[in-house]
Design a protein around this ligand. Structure first.
Ligand SMILES: Cc1cc2nc3c(=O)[nH]c(=O)nc-3n(C[C@H](O)[C@H](O)[C@H](O)COP(=O)(O)O)c2cc1C
Length: 200
């Protein structure tokens, strides 16, 4: 698939068929993730791939609870797009345990990759890997959504997965065969958000 087509049609897929994902495809996505840039090429990301149905079940419970907590606190959106996202995100929260693969992207709990100087947050060296993973999945015809709401129950999730205390969750990405169509998402017009040479 053409790279630009993959980029333009990679969007949040939250409905999955339940069909298994091959190990080869998972490794292709992980290799693409690991190929992403990181500050000083430190490569801080760790990947925790959950496929065991019992662990997915437990992750699903935490995710459902985290999402419910989020909806209780976040202001409810009543516009058409907001309602669509809400329905879709709620569906994922109800069904995430049935998605065949759930990947946790872990990052070190440190304010900076180089102590004593701000050369950018650690996140900046992790999310490129997450997006590469999602793009590779798209190229393989697989769906993903970058999610972070599990952080509401981060301590419980890390304990469940046996992750040592020096790591935190950057993202949790369900991976599966999509039960919805890929399409180019509507976005704000980039020319209205861009200035050249000086802010305007
Ligand atoms: C930092 C970040 C956190 C997100 N967290 C969640 C989440 O916890 N749950 C969820 O269902 N979607 C989550 N999303 C997905 C967004 O809702 C989605 O990317 C956005 O609505 C655009 O979707 P579209 O590409 O299909 O238009 C997150 C996206 C980002 C970038």
């Amino acid at each position: 698939m053409d790279a630009l087509e993959a980029i333009m049609t990679t969007r949040a897929i939250r409905r999955f068929t339940g069909e298994p994902v091959s190990d080869d495809d998972v490794w292709t996505c992980l290799r693409a993730a690991q190929q992403a840039p990181s500050g000083g090429n430190v490569q801080p990301t760790r990947y925790l791939v959950v496929t065991d149905p019992e662990v997915r079940e437990e992750v699903g419970k935490l995710y459902r609870s985290a999402f419910t907590r989020y909806t209780e606190i976040a202001p409810a959106r009543t516009d058409t797009v907001g309602l669509r996202i809400g329905r879709s995100a709620n569906h994922l929260a109800d069904t995430v345990a049935s998605v065949p693969v759930i990947v946790f992207f872990l990052m070190p709990r440190t304010p900076s990759l180089v102590e004593g100087i701000d050369i950018g947050p650690v996140h900046a060296s992790v999310y490129p890997a997450v997006q590469n993973f999602c793009l590779a999945a798209r190229a393989l015809g697989l769906g993903t959504t970058l999610t972070t709401v599990i952080r509401v129950h981060q301590a419980e999730a890390l304990e469940l997965l046996g992750v040592p205390a020096q790591w935190e969750i950057a993202a949790m990405v369900p991976l599966g065969h999509p039960a919805e169509k890929f399409s180019v998402a509507k976005r704000r017009e980039v020319s209205k958000l861009t200035s050249f040479n000086r802010w305007s």
